[in-house]
Design a protein around this ligand. Structure first.
Ligand SMILES: [Zn+2]
Length: 360
């Protein structure tokens, strides 16, 4: 029996629930929690890992949607990156702390995560699925399959018998609902079922919030959640339903691309750093060193972190934190790194305060 159904609507703001009649009704019938907070940074995959484990990003080791690890640029939206790169670097544990699925497995119970966001996000909701604890099933193509599924036994079972994708604006969410009702509940019999809906996040990234596209998406998702929850409760009437989000959203009129190092250097530091072209790749170390210089560190203090760049940034590809989705092609730039110049360095006149908001 499904004791708990956890629904995560990616990027759903609390104030938008009033635009969703079904969720509003659900909230009135049940309990609303007004103090829900995302993690910092409030990004999708760090939030997914934290939601699965109860630990903050500093503990899960998933601090971004992309991250560097041992010279590898890891896209956490890709399950192959998570398993073949990050997990193998971490001694065959994707997260250093047990996730809910593993706790349940220890007690003879099962968690199944179904997601329509990136397949990496779906795996982070139940990282133990690769070891056979429950399952993780993503609605996006992976390898030769039209979906992603672990463990392998679930992938094989689904390979020839998937529900037909429905027409309409969010076919993956319809697919996920059919999958849950027709296969996951009757055959996998999870005790805890997680559905992660990635659709609203995609729409709001493309169109912003508080506009017709976002509002239409809220209505469509609300209708689909009604269908999902009604159908789940037909099979398991006593299932507790929890609906939450990974982070909110806001419209941005200006963004700062931290991979564009040249544009980040303030006038007070133009004599203190040298730009070095043809470095192997623009990398986090240069941005980090620049921020530390802005906050008052001396060139001697940041120099060790910057050398030797050739070894540090040996991985291919450019690095970006511009908020594009994991499936977007990487933008390639002229590689630039910085080198501190102690001869011209002077302490900044005033300490700068950096603030940012980000929702991805
Ligand atoms: Zn998100």
């Amino acid at each position: 029996m499904v004791s708990t159904l956890l629904v995560v609507v990616d990027g759903l703001r609390a104030t938008d629930v009033r635009k969703m009649p079904f969720l509003t009704q659900l909230a009135h019938r049940g309990v609303s929690y007004r103090q829900a907070r995302s993690v910092a940074p409030s990004l999708t995959r760090p939030a997914a890992a934290s939601l699965a484990s109860g630990a903050p990003p500093g503990v899960t080791g998933i601090p971004g949607n992309r991250l560097w690890a041992d010279g590898h640029l890891i896209d956490t939206g890709r399950p192959d990156h998570l398993v073949e790169l990050l997990r193998s670097l971490r001694g065959d544990r994707l997260l250093p702390v047990p996730a809910l699925g593993e706790h349940l497995a220890d007690h003879g119970h099962k968690l199944v995560a179904v997601g329509t966001g990136s397949n990496g996000c779906t795996l982070l909701l139940n990282p133990g699925a690769v070891d056979g604890h429950g399952a993780a099933i993503g609605a996006r193509p992976f390898g030769h399959d039209a979906f992603y599924a672990r463990p392998e036994s679930v992938r094989r079972r689904l390979a020839g018998s998937l529900p037909q994708a429905a027409d309409g604006p969010f076919p993956e969410l319809d697919w996920a609902t059919d999958l849950i009702v027709d296969y996951v509940i009757p055959e996998l019999a999870p005790d805890v079922l997680v559905l992660w809906s990635g659709e609203l996040d995609d729409v709001q990234h493309a169109n912003g919030v508080d506009g017709p596209a976002g509002d239409d998406a809220l209505s469509e998702i609300d209708r689909r959640l009604r269908r999902l929850i009604d159908r789940v409760r037909e099979q398991t009437p006593h299932t507790d339903v929890i609906v939450t989000a990974d982070h909110g959203f806001s419209n941005a009129t200006h963004t700062v691309d931290v991979a564009d190092i040249e544009s980040l250097i303030p006038p007070s530091l133009t004599d203190a750093v040298q730009l070095v072209d043809n470095a192997p790749g623009t990398d986090t170390h240069s941005v980090g060193a620049l921020v530390r210089l802005m906050l008052g560190a001396t060139p001697a203090q940041v120099a060790p972190a910057l050398a030797p760049p050739a070894e540090r940034a040996a991985s291919t590809g450019s690095w970006s934190t511009d908020g594009t989705s994991s499936d977007a092609p990487h933008r390639h730039r002229r590689p630039v790194t910085i080198r501190p110049s102690s001869r011209h360095w002077a302490p900044p006149l005033a300490r700068r305060t950096c603030t940012s908001t980000a929702s991805v």
